[in-house]
Each structure stands twice: as C-alpha cells, then as structure tokens.
Ligand binder design. Sequence first.
Ligand SMILES: Cc1cc2nc3c(=O)[nH]c(=O)nc-3n(C[C@H](O)[C@H](O)[C@H](O)COP(=O)(O)OP(=O)(O)OC[C@H]3O[C@@H](n4cnc5c(N)ncnc54)[C@H](O)[C@@H]3O)c2cc1C
Length: 443
Amino acid sequence: MEVLIENFLTAAIVIMLIAFVLFAYYKKHQSETKINKLKIDRAKEYGFYEPVSLHPVINEDICIGSAACVSACPEHDIIGLVNGKGRLINASQCVGHGACFHACPVEAITLVMGTETRGVELPHVSQDYETNIPGIFIAGELGGMGLIKNAVEQGKKAMENIIKKLPSKKKGKYDVIIVGAGPAGISATLTAAQKGLKFLTLEQDNLGGTVFSFPRAKVVMTSPMELPLYGKVKLHETSKSELLGLWQNVLEKNQISINKNEKVLEIIKYEDNFEVVTNQSKYTASSILLSIGRRGSPRKLGVPGEGLEKVSYRLMEPELIKNKNILVVGGGDSAIESALLLADEGNNKVTLSYRSNAFKRAKPKNIEKIETAKALNKISLILESNVKEIKEKEVLIELKNGSQIPLENDLVYIFAGGELPNKFLEKIGIKITKKFGEAVLKH
Ligand SMILES: Cc1cc2nc3c(=O)[nH]c(=O)nc-3n(C[C@H](O)[C@H](O)[C@H](O)COP(=O)(O)OP(=O)(O)OC[C@H]3O[C@@H](n4cnc5c(N)ncnc54)[C@H](O)[C@@H]3O)c2cc1C
C-alpha cells in the first residue's frame, strides 16, 4: 500500500512539474507575443515596418519557433516571435547580412530583394559577373547580395572570369582596374595579384568598405570564407578591427598597395579599352571590376575648408569623443541620431545646423528626441542656416537674414545625404532594373 502511495505521489509531482513548465512556457510565449505585437505597431507608426532592400521572408508553415534567427541577428529587434512563429518587426533596419538565413534549423527563411510595393534597383549582371557592357564586371553587394563572405567569394570568382576573358593583346595600361576596396574589392585585388595581373585598385575612402564604417565593433561571419593569398578565415564572431587588421596584413605581406582617397568619377568606354577618370588622375585598362557596394558616396557641401581632417561624413566610435566643440550638419535621421549620441557623451558641446526651417525628413521619434534635447539645453539648434566656411578652430555659419556667425569648433560631421551608385552606373551605360520581392537566396 505504502509503495502505491509513494508511486502515486511521485507521479503527481512529475505531472505537476510538467504542468508548471508548460504553463511557464505558455506565459512566456504570451508575453513575448504581446511585446512583439506592440513593437510591430510602433514600427508601423514610425515607418520602420517595410523592408528597404535585402531582408528575410519567413515561411510560417515551416517555422518551428526555435528563435534561432532572433538570436543570430546582431541588429536588435529585426525579428521576433509572435504566436510561436518568426515575424519581421523593424524590417527597414535590416542590413541584409543574412545571419538569420543560415541560423534557421528548418530552412524556413528566404532572403528577398525589395517588396511587392517597394522595388530595389539592381544592375544587370550575368552569371559570369559581367554587365551588359562587355569588359565591365560587378562583384559584391552592388549586385544585390549582402554579407562579407559573399562579397569575398564573388570578388574572387569575378576576377577569375575577368582573367578568362582578357584579350590576348593588352589594350590598356592595366589588365584590370578594381573600383572599391570593401570585402569584394580586397578579395578581387588579392586574386589579381595571385594570378600575376597588372592591376590597380582605387578606393574613394578607406580600406574595408562598409566594414570600416560599421557603427558597431561586432562582426558576424556566418561561415568560414576563403581569402585568396591567405586561405580559410575561420572567424565566426569577430571584431571590426580584427577583420580590418587581417586584410591589411595580407595586403602588406604580399606588397600590394591600394590607392585610398581616390574616387572614380567616370568610366569611358573606347573601342578597345576603358578610361577611368578619378578625382586625381586618369588611367586606361582592358577591363573593369566594380565592387563599390550599394551605400554610395556622401554628398559634400562644397565650402572652403571641407577638406580639413576634422571634417567627417559619418560618426564612428562616439564614445571616444569627449570635451569637443562639435558641429553636426543636416536634418535627416543620421544627423539627428549622431548629434544626440555626441551630446550624450563626455561633456561635448554640440550644435546642429540645418538649412530648412523644420525637420521634415526625419522619423517622428528622432524629431521628438532632438526637440527634447534642445529644451534641456543639451544641444544648440540653428535652423535655416548654411555652413559658409570651415576653419581650423572655428566654423562660419550664415543665418537666414544673411548675417554670419563664427562658432568655436573642433569637429564637423556632415550628413547631407549621398549620391547612390545607380547614377554612376547609368552614366557608364550599365542597365538597371527594379526587383519587386525577388528571392536572392533560398534553400
Ligand atoms: C550596419 C551594418 C552591419 C553589417 N554587419 C554585417 C555582419 O556582421 N556580417 C556580414 O557578413 N555582413 C554585414 N553587413 C553587410 C556587409 O558589410 C556588406 O555586405 C559588405 O561590406 C559588402 O561588401 P562590398 O565589398 O560589396 O561593398 P562595400 O563594403 O560597401 O565596399 C564598397 C567600397 O567601394 C568604395 N566606393 C564606392 N564608390 C566608389 C567610387 N566611385 N570610387 C572609389 N571607391 C568607391 C566605398 O568607399 C567602399 O569602400 C553589415 C552591413 C551594415 C550596413
């Protein structure tokens, strides 16, 4: 009898434990769903809900709610669980690096370019990475596919195809000119060196492309990548500086130099070669590899002193900027977010100058934040103003009434928008089409 009671009690305890675990799971599920639904409503209100470029589409019939995609994404709150299924929350913030695609254990994710209503313009590229203009090739994110690993792979493959198609008789000073030194351009450069080509790599900015300008230090590598002249890079999670250091080392070791701060302005096709016009010189080549990414070039103000070292077009590591007089120029989200970040950091004196009389292009949340910061005297706002000149220790700002005021200044950040690569491509003659929700990567 005693044994029977003991067994009964054990069974009851086990059942109660299971019931408790199930109940806790159900409650967690419910509150997760509630929070994520609220986040979705807020994203819709603030205009973050619709994807702008490459993004995941989750097949709810396949999804098992493992949340592997949620934890794999290094950006926050892009995906969340609603009723036990993965759902997009802040889709417009997705940078399309596809960590979720690789993390999903049941292959429920497809990476898609654009949506049915919002198209994304992409250049025509053949399977050999060649554009409609024979001799001009494209590799990396410019062709539509994000991720460092993909860019590296494509840079290598595109260069191998260029080699196959090189004319037997040299037609330009260089066999190939590589435009852009992000992951795709670096990999193409290494392949060109490995294969003994006469090449030149031109970069408008710094080595590393988008990786160099990441606003965060963490870099996620979805799987190992094969870097020419180096071998397998088996970093799963790494830092921006480690990855940039690796690229720098392999280039130095092989005595390869890249022309930094040299922007390609125009590419002209002649009968048997190309002329590449930059902000510094002109070159000729038999073929061209465009690995310029999709982020474009920052628009400049065109005022005296803009070339000074203290002027930047993006904000990196704001936590290191302290005790400075800072001018931020612009009225979009990047300008406002940067001004707010800088004003929050160690004792900076931040002024935001914008040419319009109100912030019309920024997200409502950012407008609210900047107005609060102004009311709390954390930021000075000068609307309807234009920068006239940038000097070593000050900047001259022109007001609406035509008067000019000098401001003490250590650093200037300009966010005046950017020139998208499409205009540059069209000028060269490369065909572009809009993709409305086309799958770029699927299982
Ligand atoms: C915030 C953010 C986080 C990301 N995180 C990750 C991550 O964790 N893991 C991951 O795998 N991917 C990540 N990605 C995606 C990844 O950065 C890109 O897919 C990758 O950098 C694309 O490489 P690319 O070489 O094609 O282009 P880019 O890296 O964009 O490089 C293009 C280069 O071309 C140069 N250029 C452009 N125009 C000209 C011109 N006219 N003349 C000369 N040079 C020119 C640019 O200055 C730039 O250096 C992230 C992207 C963003 C925005």
